[in-house]
Design a protein around this ligand. Structure first.
Ligand code: COA
Length: 241
């Protein structure tokens, strides 16, 4: 059983992850991030039309977020903490496609889910995404997932590195998964497993741990409902300049 499907806020040392507004999505996707992945050599800063982003939320954004919850999709905006009352939207993270290889298995017997993420290019190179991913891994393992998957396309070296840094391991290459400019592109699939404690050996050695260890608790404390709550939740979030 997965404990719940709510996208609750998460706090790390430098970041807050929580549900966002349409303006936050527009700030994060100022540039078309699909053109900044180095796939087939494409690396172009192309501005996104905010109206296009609005079409992602043809329904009211709160309705979309509620629908996500019932579809077992977690959707966070990643905010950089600025001071006690302000934060800047810098990225997004989604955890969805439960049991991706067992579609139709509504019980999610394998207890697996896939994550995907983006960061506005102004904030690259600071290790923010590994920090966010580590916190989301802790969140999802705590909810009861056993296997967390992700992936990247050939050429996307930044994503590859970020996933390596957070402990993911390759389990599959999908050759010719899709086409870009008429060229076949391979997709790499990676996974990380819940830590498992092996029993103490007969020799009395301490238990061995396999899988991922939780990140430092100081880096992943659930966002506390403090007196600043209304500032975080109802505005007070600085839009990306
Ligand atoms: C993927 C993404 C989130 C990574 O964010 P980031 O801030 O660049 O990540 P980090 O700085 O923590 O790490 C990037 C790593 O890639 C390395 N890297 C960067 N360019 C590289 C290159 N050309 N070749 C090899 N390694 C490279 C960096 O050195 C760094 O590794 P290090 O910490 O060991 O030095 C961000 O680049 C992004 O949003 N890209 C566009 C959208 C995208 O691709 N999303 C993911 C879809 S799967």
């Amino acid at each position: 059983m997965i404990k719940h499907y709510q996208t609750l806020p998460i706090q790390t040392e430098r970041l807050i992850l929580k549900k966002g507004t349409i303006d936050d999505f527009i700030a994060v996707h100022e540039y078309d991030l699909t053109k900044l992945r180095d796939i087939d050599g494409e690396f172009e800063y192309k501005k996104m039309n905010p109206e296009v982003i609005k079409t992602w939320f043809q329904l009211d954004i709160e309705q979309v977020q509620a629908n996500n919850e019932s579809a077992h999709i977690f959707d966070w905006i990643i905010y950089l903490k600025k001071d006690m009352t302000q934060a800047i939207p810098i990225g997004d993270m989604i955890a969805d496609r439960e049991n991706i290889e067992n579609i139709g298995d509504i019980e999610n017997e394998n207890k697996e889910i896939e994550i995907a993420f983006n960061l506005h290019p102004d904030y690259w190179g600071n290790g923010y995404m590994p920090e966010a991913i580590n916190a989301v891994l802790d969140y999802l393992f705590e909810l009861g997932y056993d296997n967390i998957k992700s992936g990247y396309s050939d050429g996307n070296v930044k994503s590859k590195r970020v996933l390596e840094k957070t402990g993911f391991e390759h389990y599959k290459i999908e050759k010719n998964a899709w086409q870009k400019n008429g060229k076949p592109i391979d997709d790499y699939k990676v996974v990380i497993n819940r830590p498992v404690l092996k029993p103490v050996g007969a020799d009395g050695n301490p238990p061995e741990v396999t899988g991922r260890l939780p990140s430092s608790p100081t880096k992943n404390t659930e966002f506390q409902d403090t007196s600043n709550k209304n500032k975080w939740i109802n505005g007070g979030i600085n839009k990306h300049e």
